[in-house]
Design a protein around this ligand. Structure first.
Ligand code: AVJ
Length: 326
């Protein structure tokens, strides 16, 4: 009797460069600063200093998100594993240092792990380290822009696919874009494929605003760092001491909004262009949407998923959902 028709190739470690389109940062930044209100994309937070500052944020007493999500993954990993099953292809969107996936690997025993990130160097070193620690696992780092369609490594074969999108990073998308993104994930994992996703919940504004405006001022430095990034990359001359950090919960939209507010009338040169600021004028730097479980489930259903299970913490702060693509 022929027992298995499933092809499971074995490559150990292999890097896949899906050549993410290089964005024209100069045009994008000038366009954002020419808009009213002025805006900058949160993706510019993450230069080397910005990534280190974000790591520091995750350790702050006020920033409950990371530690709450890690607690949920630890508490429920057996149930997650039994629902997902062994031998899957696990795809992590925006993998960073692959810290959270380490909590699941031993229980999940996936066939392959595909960390997807736009940056090549950091992705490569983080994935190599993870492979060294888990030599039984096929590790296929894939450099791609996950907000566009990209091809999975062919070496993943026909293993069932599970997408992992932790950290409430989905909150950076506007709700409509979040649905579009999940529809794209659904196409990638295919019918019966899964999405395991972490989402920050709506809650008291005092807790939310403290999480994005901590007493030690780390988030303020993280926010201001975007200006340092522009100074270094686009030959700009922002004086970061003349912008203050503002983080407000917009209850109507259900999102934390971060701004950099000019403390004086000033003119800034950037990539050969002058940009004027009035006292009190703000640059909008980030939206971080918060969702109640019913609300987020409805969005996932709109994107073609059904909810298999979900978990939350004792203080109803954060949720992890397991969806199945229809
Ligand atoms: C990485 C988008 C999930 O919105 O909480 C943390 C980024 N900004 N503090 C978030 C962030 C300010 C973070 N995400």
């Amino acid at each position: 009797m022929i027992v298995s028709a499933r092809v499971i190739p074995k490559h150990g470690y292999k890097f896949y460069d899906r050549k993410p389109a290089v964005i024209d940062m100069r045009a994008d930044v000038l366009d954002g600063l020419a808009s009213r209100p002025k805006r900058l994309s949160p993706k510019y937070f993450y230069d080397e200093a910005g990534s280190a500052l974000f790591e520091a944020i995750t350790e702050l007493p006020e920033y409950y998100l990371t530690r709450t999500e890690i607690g949920l993954l630890e508490t429920h990993r057996d149930e997650i594993a039994s629902r997902v099953g062994e031998g899957v292809c696990l795809i992590e969107y925006g993998s960073g240092s692959s810290r959270k996936i380490r909590l699941l690997l031993e229980r999940l025993r996936p066939q392959s792990y595909v960390p997807v990130d736009i940056s090549k160097e950091h992705l490569e070193s983080a994935a190599r380290l993870l492979y060294k620690e888990n030599p039984w696992l096929n590790v296929y780092p894939t450099s791609a822009d996950y907000t566009t369609d990209f091809r999975l490594p062919s070496a993943t074969g026909s293993a069932p696919r599970v997408a992992f999108f932790p950290g409430s990073s989905i909150g950076n998308f506007d709700p409509g874009d979040a649905v579009d993104f999940m529809r794209r994930v659904g196409r990638l994992v295919g019918p019966g494929g899964r999405l395991l996703i972490g989402v920050d919940r709506k809650k008291d504004r005092v807790i939310l605003e403290a999480a994005y405006d901590d007493a030690a001022g780390v988030t303020a430095e993280f926010n201001r760092n975007v200006l340092r990034h522009l100074n270094a990359t686009l030959d700009a001359d922002f004086d970061t001491s003349k912008f203050s950090h503002v983080a407000l919960y917009n209850e109507t939209l259900g999102c934390i909004q971060m701004f950099l507010e000019s403390t004086t009338d000033q003119s800034v040169r950037i990539a050969g262009t002058s940009i004027e600021f009035r006292t009190g004028e703000r640059i909008h730097t980030e939206n971080s949407y918060k969702y109640e479980p019913g609300e987020f489930t409805a969005m996932a259903e709109q994107a073609g998923f059904r909810r298999d299970a979900w978990w939350t913490d004792g203080r109803d702060r954060f949720a992890i959902f397991l969806f199945v693509a229809i």
